[in-house]
Write a protein that binds this ligand. Structure first.
Ligand SMILES: Nc1nc2c(c(=O)[nH]1)N[C@H]1C(S)=C(S)[C@@H](COP(=O)(O)OP(=O)(O)OC[C@H]3O[C@@H](n4cnc5c(N)ncnc54)[C@H](O)[C@@H]3O)O[C@H]1N2
Ligand code: MOO
Length: 438
C-alpha cells in the first residue's frame, strides 16, 4: 500500500470521539465542538478607559461628594445619573453613569474647592475633552449572539480567555484520545548502558511526548516480553482509544504483534506500507475495541511510522482536519531508490532549503533529532531546489516560535513617548473629596 493511501486510511478509520463539556481550565489545546457565542453584549456595560471623572455636557463641572462610592469595592459600580454640568469620579473599568458624555482623564482635570463643600472640575487638558472620550461603549467587542470562537478551533489560551469573558465556565470539546503504549522486546533495557544483545529503550522517553504533541494522551505504558500470550493479553486488556505497539511487527519467531492481532480477530486496515523505513507497519482495529497502530521496532522506522499513521488517527478521533504535508526544497539531489523513502532533513542556515540529515539508518535516531522536517521522497528521487512534499515535525513548532520571538525583540523595547503630555501634579486623588453638597 502506498504511503499516501495509508495516511488517508488511517484518518478515515478513526471515528470522531463524542464531545463533552469540560471546565474551561481543561479545554486548552482541545478542539471546540460547539461555537462559543456572546450571550450578551461584550463588554456588557459602558465603562471608562481612564481614571478621572465622568462628565456630562460642557465644563466646568460640579462634583458632589455624595457622588463617591461609599465603599471602595463599589467603585466600579454605576453611580446615579449625571445631569449636564455635573461630574463624578470614575476609575478605569468603572461603569459610566447614565447621562455622562465623556470621561476626563485625571491628568487633564483640576479641582477647585467650592464654598458649599462641592468641587469644581476644570478641564486643563491640551484640548477640550471631546464627546465620548475614553468611554468604552457596551458591545464594542461583540454583540449578543455573535460567534466568538467557531467550532473546530483548537483552543488557545487567548480563546479560553475570550470564553471566560463571555461568561462560559465549561466548553464542549472533544476529549483527548487516550493511548496505551505496548513496548515489546526482551532485549530492551530502560536504564544504564546496555550489554551485548541489549538495546537501551528509545521509545519510553519520546513516545508519550510525541503522542501528546499530536493531540493524544498516553494513559499507560506497558513493557512486554517477546511472547505471543503476553502480547495477546495486553492487547485484550487495553482500554484506551488507541493502542500503539513497538516492535514485533516482523515475521520472525520473536515477533508476535501481527499474530496476536490475527488471533484476536482484529481487522487489519494496513499490513505493510511501500516506504522505507517503516514498511512492516500495521494498522488494525480489535473487535469492538481500540485502533492499533503497530510500529516497527527499529527506532527511526517507529517514529516515522508514528507520524505517518498515528498523526492522522489522532486527528480523526479529535475531529481535526486531515493532517497535511508541507512543501520543502532539498538543497541537493536525492538519488533514486528502490521505493519511496522518508528522509529526515534539517534547515540549512542562510537558505530556505533543507538538507537531508546524516545518521538516518532505520535503527538510528540522531538524524531525526537533528531534523526540522521529513522529506517524502518518491522512488525516482528529488532534484535539488524543486518543491518536494515533507512531513512537519510536531516538536519543531516551538523552535519556529522561538525564532520568531527572537527576531522581533525590538517590539517589547518600544516606549510610548510622553512628550507633550501635560501633568497636573496638584490633582487630588479622585476619591478624596469630602464635605456637604447643596
Ligand atoms: N527477513 C526480514 N527481516 C526484517 C525485515 C524484512 O523485511 N525481512 N524488515 C526489517 C525492518 S525494515 C524492520 S523495521 C524490522 C521490524 O522489526 P520488528 O517490528 O519486528 O521489531 P523488532 O524485531 O522487535 O526490533 C527491531 C529492532 O528494533 C530494536 N528495538 C525494539 N524495541 C526497541 C526499543 N524500545 N528501543 C530501541 N530499540 C528497539 C530491536 O532491538 C531491533 O534491533 O525488521 C527487519 N527485519
Ligand atoms: O523499514 Mo524498517 O521499518 O526500515 O526499519
Amino acid at each position: 500500500m502506498s504511503w499516501h493511501r495509508a495516511r488517508a486510511i488511517a484518518y478515515d478509520v478513526a471515528p470522531v470521539l463524542d464531545a463533552r463539556p469540560v471546565p474551561l481550565t481543561e479545554a486548552l489545546g482541545r478542539p471546540l465542538a460547539q461555537d462559543v457565542t456572546a450571550r450578551g453584549d461584550l463588554p456588557h456595560y459602558a465603562s471608562s478607559a481612564m481614571d478621572g471623572w465622568a462628565v456630562a455636557g460642557d465644563g466646568p463641572w460640579r462634583i458632589c461628594p455624595s457622588r463617591h462610592a461609599s465603599e471602595p469595592r463599589e467603585i466600579h459600580r454605576p453611580g446615579p445619573a449625571l445631569h449636564p454640568g455635573h461630574a463624578a469620579p470614575i476609575v478605569t473599568g468603572g461603569a459610566v453613569p447614565d447621562g455622562a458624555t465623556a470621561v476626563l482623564r485625571s491628568e487633564h482635570g483640576r479641582l477647585q474647592p467650592e464654598s458649599d463643600g462641592a468641587a469644581l472640575l476644570v478641564d486643563v487638558g491640551p484640548a477640550p475633552v471631546p464627546p465620548r472620550a475614553h468611554i468604552r461603549p457596551a458591545g464594542e467587542e461583540a454583540r449578543a449572539g455573535e460567534v466568538l470562537i467557531p467550532a473546530g478551533e483548537v483552543l488557545t489560551p487567548a480563546q479560553l480567555a475570550v470564553a471566560a469573558v463571555a461568561g462560559d465556565d465549561t466548553l464542549t470539546v472533544r476529549p483527548y484520545p487516550t493511548v496505551t503504549a505496548l513496548l515489546t522486546g526482551d532485549e530492551v533495557v530502560t536504564a544504564g548502558i546496555p550489554g551485548p544483545g541489549q538495546v537501551r529503550d528509545a521509545f519510553g522517553p519520546q513516545l508519550p511526548a510525541v503522542i501528546q504533541l499530536l493531540g493524544g494522551r498516553t494513559t499507560a505504558v506497558h513493557r512486554l516480553a517477546d511472547d505471543r500470550a503476553a502480547v495477546t493479553r495486553a492487547l485484550t486488556e487495553a482500554t484506551a482509544d488507541v493502542v500503539v505497539t513497538t516492535g514485533g511487527t516482523g515475521r520472525s519467531t520473536a515477533d508476535h504483534v501481527r499474530a496476536g492481532l490475527i488471533d484476536l480477530g482484529a481487522e487489519l486496515f494496513i499490513d505493510g506500507i511501500d516506504v522505507r523505513p517503516g514498511h512492516p507497519a500495521v494498522l488494525a482495529r480489535l473487535p469492538g475495541g481500540p485502533l492499533v497502530v503497530a510500529l516497527p521496532g527499529n527506532p527511526l522506522a517507529a517514529m516515522l511510522t508514528l507520524l505517518t499513521l498515528a498523526a492522522p488517527v489522532l486527528a480523526g478521533l479529535l475531529g481535526r482536519s486531515r493532517p497535511g504535508t508541507v512543501l520543502a526544497r532539498s538543497t541537493i539531489d536525492v538519488p533514486p531508490g528502490r521505493t519511496n523513502r522518508l528522509v529526515p532533513a534539517r534547515r540549512e542556515s542562510g537558505s530556505d532549503g533543507v538538507v537531508p540529515s546524516g545518521h538516518t539508518g532505520a535503527g538510528m535516531l540522531r538524524g531525526l533529532a537533528d531534523a526540522d522536517v521529513v522529506l517524502v521522497v518518491p522512488a525516482r528521487g528529488l532534484i535539488a531546489w524543486r518543491e518536494a512534499e515533507a512531513l512537519p515535525l510536531p516538536w519543531r513548532r516551538q523552535r519556529l516560535d522561538d525564532e520568531v520571538n527572537a527576531g522581533s525583540g525590538t517590539g517589547d523595547d518600544r516606549r510610548v513617548s510622553t512628550d507633550g503630555v501635560r501633568r497636573a501634579g496638584d490633582v487630588p486623588p479622585v476619591d478624596r473629596i469630602e464635605g456637604p453638597c447643596l
